[in-house]
Ligand binder design. Sequence first.
Ligand code: MSP
Length: 514
Amino acid sequence: MSGKPSFYITTPIYYVNDIPHIGHAYTTLACDVMARFKRLDGYNVMFLTGTDEHGQKVEKSAAAAGKSPLEFCDTVSQRFRELAAFMNFSNDDFIRTTEERHKKSCQALWKKLEENGHIYLDKYAGWYSVRDEAFFAENELIDGKNGEKLAPTGAPIEWVEEESYFFRLSAFEEKLLEFYESLPPTVLPNSRKNEVKSFVSGGLRDLSVSRTSFNWGVPVPGNDKHIMYVWIDALTNYITAAGYPDVESEKFKTFWPADIHMMGKDILRFHAVYWPAFLMGAGIEPAKRVFAHGWWTNEGEKISKSLGNVIDPFNIVEEFGLDQVRYFLMREVPFGNDGDFSRQAMINRINSDLANDLGNLAQRSLSMIFKNCDGVMPVPGDFSDADKAILSAADGLLAEVRGHIDVQAINKSLEVIWKVVSDANGYFALHEPWALKNSDPARMATVLYVTAEIIRQVGILIQPIMPHSAEKLLDQLKIPADKRGFDQLGSDHRLSSGTNMEKPEGVFPRFVDE
Ligand code: MSP
């Protein structure tokens, strides 16, 4: 193998009952940023996304669309692949739960759990929500508008009474509570970890893990009257893609346990309670971290199909630009918190952070180099204290950014980068290179060189967030493709003087609202 450290990150696999919206794009984007960051930081990365295609919910949606389940899944799954390409996501694999490799993996996991005595046959009687694909206890239900009982998520429920296999979840309480205390943190953000802990310490009931009332799923090995509960099937995708059941394979040994399962807060319980318990039951190590991010609202309102305010990622990218949308989603909201999507906030970020702060700094300094330094990167003179201060701020960025990325504080990583951008603007304004053209051309050359060097480092660091724009900036600086990794950051790899430059073109246009 490569000798590099490995890093495995996953998105939830998306239900194909619905076309992709901003929530899906957001989760995958965060993973894409993490994956790109780790690759640039020297890791051997596996980044997985895909579609969750079994279960009653999908079966019903297919029927409503007048298609066979598989035909229906093929179409919608394809739409998620298109979204990934369109958003420039760098996933290494795209898994569909209807694939043969996955069926094999689910059945192997099931058999292992059965062999280890964690699965037994009994009867289930209780409430089920198809929309959530989850069982609920009586005391969890809420009252609907017309006095009807609803799932805690507001979804309709139905009474289910059937023979069912159960997983001995109750046996894993202590092990799970121990798992939540391990370091580095296994569940983030902390507030979410506390929620999970209190749920588990409140006592766990065994979990119904098979259904007999529908067909669209993976049959239970040895009893195909039963279809596996869609969540055991879905969660297993994470090990399928790592090569399970071949636990001796190079791939599995390299990438399992996964480093991060990323998801929205709505599905944390499945990932932080059920999934580690299944794995522990099968004698497989759980993933090292589960991170639950917040939810977006649209102009202050909850996003829902019935309100008709679903945000289509294809549309906003058409309107605002891909890197702009990627930047906004990662910058606007502390990662982990809920956030509000508003046009005005998007336009402000585009015009202030991107066009004014970084865009202008790059455009002004590079144009001056092109015009006033005979089109070549100048040779700097001795660095003044001010030069050294701004350079050392840029040189220190990687360590700071890495610290934030290690705990998925993606927005903070951008804040520290933009602090340097803003200081560099201050530096540029204070030293007025345009006024030095005739009076002190050598000093002008130094100020321009220092500014360009800041842009080089910022350009390298923002590649995970805005791959296209960063590429344009680094192209303008004539940084060779093999000199764009994070090993090139800091003072050892300053810009080469004497390189021929071209007339630069603005990378971050202002957004003019019509
Ligand atoms: N199929 C399950 C996951 C199985 S993983 C083994 C599922 N799929 S989903 O299609 O509903 O998509 C879930 C992801 O989209 C979640 O991470 C969820 O939080 C995210 N979002 C859906 N709407 C969202 C917002 N409004 N805002 C942010 N993310 C949201 O659950």
